[in-house]
Design a protein around this ligand. Structure first.
Ligand code: HEC
Length: 177
């Protein structure tokens, strides 16, 4: 009796290559591929998917931003070292020891929250040191070591900091973006 309702069979011999048009009837291995009419519906609700995607995007955005900031900080630090020539790592202790911290606020130095002098965060971008001398590294060092010599009227006292120590502090100030 004819068997028309059965699906077509592809008989593949085990361990042998099969080329189109030459499938021998011997060593038959029936192959049947079943494609479901419909893929199963996801158990994850749409709002959760959206939330996850949003969280993923936000997370990668924040990570990219943080990475970028850290790179900029590192670049700024390297150029400060190249331009000013001191060691910025020694600065925080010097800033506390010579009392700069009591009069100036300086980012990254927790003790430096003084208000009687200007904030020193943007010193590297200023055009004048203390508003009187062009903002060069040498003028900045001169100022830090002996402000009264540059401006007898200034309220900033001589602190006893050496020029080498002032260079470390200035390098740190230049490393602030
Ligand atoms: C007793 C407070 C006091 C201390 C201590 C002090 N300063 Fe100052 N500093 C000032 C004042 C006030 C000014 C503003 C001076 C002016 O414009 O005449 C100033 C100005 C400056 C400036 C110029 C800022 C600018 O915007 O151009 C720098 C740089 C500076 N101080 C660095 C230091 C460093 C570094 C130390 C520590 C070694 C220090 N100061 C210690 C009070 C102080």
């Amino acid at each position: 009796m004819p068997n028309e309702s059965k699906p077509p069979r592809l008989d593949v011999p085990l361990g042998r290559e099969v080329h189109a048009g030459q499938t021998p009837a011997s060593a038959a291995l029936p192959v049947k591929v079943v494609i479901p009419a419909r893929l199963p519906a996801s158990v994850m609700p749409a709002w959760l998917k959206l939330t996850l995607v949003a969280a993923l995007l936000a997370g990668s955005g924040i990570a990219t931003y943080a990475y970028h900031q850290i790179r900029l900080d590192a670049e700024q630090r390297q150029s400060a070292i190249a331009i000013v020539g001191g060691n910025p790592d020694r600065a925080p202790a010097l800033i506390v020891r010579f009392g700069c911290a009591g009069c100036h606020s300086i980012r990254g130095v927790p003790e430096a929250v003084g208000q009687s002098g200007p904030s020193l965060n943007g010193v590297a971008r200023e055009i004048y040191v203390a508003g009187i001398a062009p903002s060069t590294v040498d003028n900045l060092l001169d100022w830090i070591v002996d402000p009264q010599r540059m401006d007898p009227q200034t309220a900033m006292p001589r602190t006893g900091i050496s020029r080498d120590e002032a260079r470390d502090v200035a390098t740190y100030l230049y490393s602030l973006r």
